[in-house]
Design a protein around this ligand. Structure first.
Ligand SMILES: Cc1cc2nc3c(=O)[nH]c(=O)nc-3n(C[C@H](O)[C@H](O)[C@H](O)COP(=O)(O)OP(=O)(O)OC[C@H]3O[C@@H](n4cnc5c(N)ncnc54)[C@H](O)[C@@H]3O)c2cc1C
Length: 545
């Protein structure tokens, strides 16, 4: 059971409780039983778990298809092969997690995995098969082949297609796309729904008996990232403003192999490719991973990421290379059609040429603290998926465990939020909440310029390698920007996202400064050792960052 949270965090004058002004007499009001914010794997799975007697609303800030889930490549981990064992999946997860995983959570999620994967199949997901059986891939940190995948390397696209289709058949679930959630509404220490905005109807209040936050990740705060544009950390920031506890924000996982071609999007090159036998080589063609770890290319992500950063520095080159040229060309094309296509657009034939790669921000391990059923510390607020911190990943997420976490916690939060909502009587009253308008002062701001500066600063000073001096310098710059960006009021997502990104960046830097050790994905070159005596614990984001 988690401790109760305060009504909201103590904000400085520069960072008000709500992003925009509103008055209950001037906004339309909607009433639902369960509000789900986000339509990736966690939000959709939560919707599928809701009770059909309830009225449920899913809101997404872009089209429903735009989410981290849609772009997932490698697959979902689960013990499917009869020769595999739950104990092994548990051990692999704990080993990767840097002694910070919650063992009970790991056991629960791992044991539920086969059931959650079977549900997806029942709902029409076509996972790749081989001779009538699910084809199982192997990824870094896994001791066995246990990753189900679809369309070769486009697993997310297929599971989201099938899940959206299923959710659309539910008459009790409505979906509002292109609806930006600005803030959670809180009253008397309870979450009461959310304030949302869309282009046609402006701002409205959605009053909900229970609210489930499934807003995904924060990768956009970094210049180099695998995450799509929607991943600006809105959910992390709005939960923080509402007073929910967040923790472990220093643990940003960097994916070791992101395509690095000037002018291309930063496509992720799935680690399933290393699982299939790809080698990492430097500019001279030297295979360097065995120098850094006996597991070579199959070492966990943090180990591979660090090795790449060090090898890039050693060879003074902006990338290293993935080499699959010694594998069977037909197998490569069949198993990795998406990557083969993307690379071919830049004149790279992956069956003959090496693929330039470098690390990029990939997955936020930290987030809203939740218990095993997805309950946050703010009563009536639940969270699932990447926005949450369940204790599954510890200090380093094992590959293909995050879609799984979204499925398990989406299902739990949907079921339990439904049960809680069914116990509550209808109450069609708006609370007397309001937020006064702020002065529309000063020069218009070049929001794109600040956004780019923030992303670049985070990449250089709070990226893979961190030190006290560089983090302190980054904190000072961000505090300076916050002073004139957070105090303003904006009318469109561009401004709201920037405000949220600044808030999330502050959280990441505060946590990275506080944790004076290296653990999992958090590498402090000034504290290179893991210090269990002082730091084998979670770090809650302080009330004032
Ligand atoms: C390129 C890539 C490949 C990956 N490959 C794998 C893999 O193979 N296996 C694996 O396990 N994991 C993988 N991951 C990680 C995994 O995809 C994500 O962690 C997971 O999909 C997150 O799901 P989610 O439902 O929590 O969030 P998302 O899928 O990101 O969904 C977030 C939702 O929240 C909505 N939202 C956000 N902000 C707001 C707002 N202000 N108002 C309204 N709505 C909002 C968005 O519109 C979206 O609908 C990959 C990630 C990436 C980026």
């Amino acid at each position: 059971m988690l401790s109760a949270a305060s009504d909201s965090h103590s904000m400085t004058p520069a960072s008000p409780r709500y992003l925009v002004a509103f008055h209950p007499k001037r906004v339309p009001h909607h009433f639902v039983d369960v509000l789900i914010i986000g339509g990736g794997i966690a939000g959709l799975r939560a919707a599928l778990a809701t009770d059909p007697r309830l009225s449920v609303l899913v809101v997404t800030k872009d089209e429903l298809k735009q989410s981290n889930s849609q772009y997932a490549q490698g697959g979902i981990a689960g013990v499917i092969d009869p020769a595999d064992r739950f104990e092994d999946h548990v051990t692999d997860t704990l080993k990767a997690g840097g002694a910070l995983c919650d063992r009970a959570v790991v056991e629960m999620v791992v044991r539920e995995a086969p059931r959650r994967i079977c549900e997806l199949i029942e709902w029409g997901t076509h996972f790749d098969q081989q001779q009538g059986h699910l084809q199982l891939g192997r990824e870094g940190g896994h001791s066995r082949h246990r990753v189900v995948h679809a369309l070769g390397d486009a697993t997310g696209k297929e599971i989201i297609r099938a899940t959206i289709h299923r959710v659309r058949q539910l008459p009790h679930v409505a979906i509002w796309e292109n609806t930006f959630t600005l803030d959670l509404l809180t009253h008397d220490g309870l979450c009461r729904g959310a304030l949302v905005a869309d282009e046609s109807s402006g701002r409205s209040a959605i009053w909900a008996k229970q609210t489930i936050l499934c807003t995904g990740g924060v990768g956009q705060i970094y210049r180099e990232t695998t995450n799509p544009d929607v991943a600006t950390g809105d959910g992390h920031a709005l939960a923080y403003r509402a007073g929910a506890e967040l923790r472990d924000m220093e643990f940003m996982q960097f994916h070791p192999t992101v395509l690095y071609i000037a002018g291309s999007s930063r496509s992720l090159i799935t680690e399933a490719m290393r699982g299939e036998g790809a080698h990492l080589v430097d500019r001279t063609g030297y295979r360097f991973m065995p120098d850094y770890d006996e597991r070579a290319e199959l070492a966990p992500r943090d180990v591979v990421t660090r090795a790449i950063v060090m090898q890039m520095a050693k060879t003074r080159h902006p990338s290293v290379y993935l080499d699959v040229t010694r594998l069977d060309a037909d197998v490569v094309r069949e198993r990795f059609p998406g990557i083969a296509q993307t690379c071919s657009e830049f004149g790279i034939d992956i069956t003959k040429d090496q693929i330039p790669v470098r690390p990029g921000a990939h997955y936020m391990i930290g987030g809203v603290t939740v218990d095993q059923i997805g309950r946050s510390t703010l009563p009536r607020l639940w969270a699932a998926g990447e926005v949450s911190s369940s204790g599954l990943h510890g200090a380093n997420r094992l590959a293909s465990n995050s879609l799984l976490e979204g499925l398990v916690y989406g299902a739990h939060s949907g079921e339990h939020a439904s049960a809680a909502a069914l116990e509550m009587a209808d109450d069609f009253r708006a609370e007397p909440l309001e937020n006064p308008p702020r002065d529309a002062d000063g020069e218009p701001l070049d929001l794109a310029d600040i956004r780019n500066s923030l992303k670049s600063l985070m990449w250089r000073f709070a990226g893979v390698e961190r030190t006290q001096d560089r983090l302190t310098e980054a904190r000072a710059s961000i505090e300076h920007w916050c002073r004139y960006v957070l105090s303003r009021q904006f009318d469109a997502p561009e401004g709201w996202e920037l405000q949220n990104m600044l808030t999330v960046a502050q959280m990441v830097i505060a946590a990275a400064l506080a944790r004076q050790e290296s653990r999992g994905v958090h590498l402090r070159t000034d504290f290179p050792k893991t210090d269990d005596e002082h730091w084998q614990r979670h770090l809650a984001v302080p009330a004032a960052i």
